[in-house]
Design a protein. Structure first.
Length: 218
């Protein structure tokens, strides 16, 4: 599914506090050229439906134009949070962190680095399970095979498990589903390579900025 179509279908807003995190990441484990310990990450908050195109275009431009100090470009994976986040809950979590930093500073600990990254900490707080929005929750099956997806979907259907979205990744598929009894999959887990996740990042797009040869990672 194309990124904008996927995001429009995936993102649901039921309260004024609902939002989603759109994240683009170039990871050290996937990109040997990244020599330091820091992943390259861009993040945007999608606050409402009419945010989708603008926020997607912004993050796509960021990853497409990114170059390091040596002029090198890197491949990026773009994801969206599987479940809605609650901006108010995330803000309260951040305020608790900030109160902790302030207390530590009164005891002589330098927390200046934390204060300089406040907005980054807000993103992190939004992704915590405590900041998940109430209401409909989704599971995700991270399916690490290509050729057996049709058979796998048939098996799921026979169990009464029907994905809302099936999104192809570089090495398999991400399946978005309403919650189900995960024990139902015990009978087939030895036959397929997959993992069920209850709160995760859902694959949107791979941006191969330099024409790198595809590998088997996602």
């Amino acid at each position: 599914m194309k990124p904008i179509d996927l995001l429009n279908k995936h993102c649901e807003f039921t309260t004024t506090y609902d939002c989603y995190i759109l994240i683009a990441v170039s990871r050290k484990k996937d990109t040997p050229e990244i020599t330091n310990s820091q992943e390259i990450v861009f993040r945007e908050v999608i606050k409402r439906k009419d945010d989708i195109i603008r926020k997607y275009n912004k993050i796509k431009a960021q990853v497409t134009n990114y170059k390091d100090e040596n002029g090198k470009s890197f491949p990026f994976y773009i994801y969206v949070s599987l479940n809605r986040r609650d901006a108010k809950k995330g803000a309260f979590l951040l305020m608790n962190k900030m109160l902790g930093w302030a207390q530590e500073e009164t005891n002589g600990t330098d927390r200046s680095r934390m204060w300089k990254k406040t907005y980054g900490h807000f993103y992190s707080c939004l992704m915590m399970k405590e900041a998940r929005s109430t209401g409909q929750k989704y599971f995700m099956i991270d399916f690490d095979e290509k050729n057996t997806i049709t058979k796998f979907l048939t098996e799921l259907n026979n169990m009464g498990i029907v994905p809302d979205i099936v999104q192809e990744t570089r090495n398999g598929y991400h399946l978005k589903l309403k919650p189900f009894d995960r024990r139902l999959l015990d009978s087939i887990k030895e036959h397929y390579d997959f993992e069920v996740k209850t709160d995760a990042n859902f694959f949107v797009e791979y941006v191969n900025n330099r024409g790198l040869k595809n590998d088997n990672r996602k």
